[in-house]
Design a binder for this molecule. Structure first.
Ligand code: EPZ
Length: 423
């Protein structure tokens, strides 16, 4: 019998209390990457205690820079002495991709082994590499690596065929010290990109248009140290809201940034929920009666793909037929088979899931296959009758800080255990 670590969840307890929302994983990672663009100290504050941040710290140390952590503040200093992201790290996490632009700008060269991360589609990097070429870099493919190098980077107009978040962030960082002006046309608009730009501008970069489809970067020669806070994590905020929606209760989300939560919040709103925002606190209340919804994921400001699984869990409890169309990743329904073990009535047609929530859900033994899919399973288990068991916690721990504690501090019956999973 293999020893496993898993969550044991007993559904049906309402969730009440306060949760402090910390910095967004998807802002902290590119901000830490940008820190190698000066040898001065750069501090990113309010970082979550999650394994993706730990892994990024390891990547930075492997590149030769100094990284220290005091509470939630992570400080980086020194210049990278290596330009190769260690294979075992690149394969462990997708976030190593976010080093490409910063290292190319800083050292003129970067070698990346085939990155890992969640299995949610092919996740090519062509938009990143096409953009680097536009800025004057050469991109060479090896068996299991890609090598980008440039004598000099020169500003240019770069048209992105799709508003890729990572490509936008990498191209901003590659352009920051390029000679002349770069315009990223068709750029992604996510709040996490605005966070990255806020840090870069504090470091002395000349950037405008962040949060819009056209971002302009005028190259500068040097950057200096800075301290910057990331935007609050809108996906963790949405995940807690989804848990309250299925379990019932009332939560106060301290630090939630309502200005970037529009699309996340709107599918939750109905005559059976209550939501108000005052002074940086988002109050959300639900009586467990959920209305059927039709949701489509898309690039910001549309409904975020990272909320697709957690919100599908809510649709499993909504009377009537709901739909969830996933337009960002081509293979992000791994959680559907697991939700069906609980009795979910979900039919898949191409990139759309049709969910009939009228049957009710029972606890089951389930396996998380990716970060947000795992979060969706936990949300579903919190509303189900009986006990559920969820393994694959290494995925959940990438993006949620002690997710069992987040829910149990609100009254949810969730514990992390080790042992053999029930059959
Ligand atoms: C970022 O990933 C996030 N990760 C993802 O969050 C998020 O789901 C995604 O953006 C979309 O919002 C981080 O920020 C660390 P993309 P990224 O490039 O940059 C295609 C989580 O759970 N594409 O915007 O990798 C790609 O295949 C993670 O926190 C190309 O075709 O996403 C996908 O279909 C999961 N060519 C779509 O674009 C490229 O060169 C969106 O990808 C790049 C992307």
């Amino acid at each position: 019998m293999t020893e496993k670590t898993y969550l044991r969840v007993k559904g049906g307890s309402p969730l009440c209390g306060t949760y402090n929302v910390h910095g967004a994983k998807n802002a902290v990672l590119p901000m830490l990457a940008a820190s190698v663009m000066t040898e001065d100290e750069v501090t990113v504050t309010d970082c979550p205690y999650i394994s993706d941040v730990d892994d990024m710290t390891e990547v930075l140390r492997a590149l030769g820079v100094a990284v220290s952590r005091r509470g939630r503040d992570v400080t980086v200093s020194g210049k990278p002495t290596l330009t190769e992201i260690p294979p075992h790290l690149a394969c462990a996490m997708r976030s190593s991709v976010f080093m490409l632009g910063a290292l190319l700008a800083e050292t003129g060269e970067v070698r990346l082994f085939t990155p890992g991360g969640c299995r949610i589609g092919a996740r090519p990097l062509d938009i990143h590499f096409d953009g680097f070429r536009r800025l004057g870099a050469c991109v060479e493919y090896g068996e299991d690596y890609v090598l980008c190098h440039a004598e000099k980077l020169t500003g240019a107009d770069v048209i992105l065929k799709y508003p890729s978040v990572g490509a936008t962030e990498n191209l901003i960082m590659a352009a920051v010290k390029a000679e002349g002006r770069t315009r990223l046309i068709g750029a992604a608009r996510e709040p996490e990109i605005v966070s990255l730009v806020r840090l870069l501008v504090k470091m002395g970069a000349d950037i405008a248009g962040e949060g819009t489809p056209v971002i302009t970067v005028n190259g500068v020669r040097e950057l200096e140290g800075a301290v910057c806070a990331p935007v609050a994590d809108r996906i963790v905020t949405g995940t807690v809201m989804a848990a309250v929606a299925v379990a019932g209760g009332r939560v106060e989300l301290n630090g939630a940034d309502a200005s970037c939560l529009g699309a996340v919040i709107s599918p939750f709103l109905s005559s059976h929920t209550y939501l108000v925002e005052h002074g940086g606190v988002l109050v959300f209340e639900s009586d467990r009666v959920l209305a059927a919804t039709d949701v489509v994921t898309g690039p910001y400001p549309l409904f975020p793909t990272d909320m697709q699984a957690p919100f599908m869990a809510c649709q499993c409890y909504a009377s009537g037929m709901s739909s969830m169309r996933e337009t960002v990743f081509e293979d992000r329904f791994a959680h559907v088979a697991e939700l069906r073990k609980m009795g979910a009535d979900i039919a898949l047609a191409g990139n759309t899931a049709f969910v009939d929530g009228s049957r009710g859900m029972k606890g089951a033994v389930m396996h998380a296959a990716d970060l947000r899919g795992g979060a969706g399973l936990l949300v579903a288990a919190l509303g189900a009758e009986g006990e559920s068991f969820i393994d694959g916690l290494r995925y959940l721990d990438r993006g949620y800080e002690n997710i069992e504690r987040i829910m149990s501090n609100l009254g949810g019956k969730v514990v992390r255990e080790s042992g053999s999973l029930p059959e």
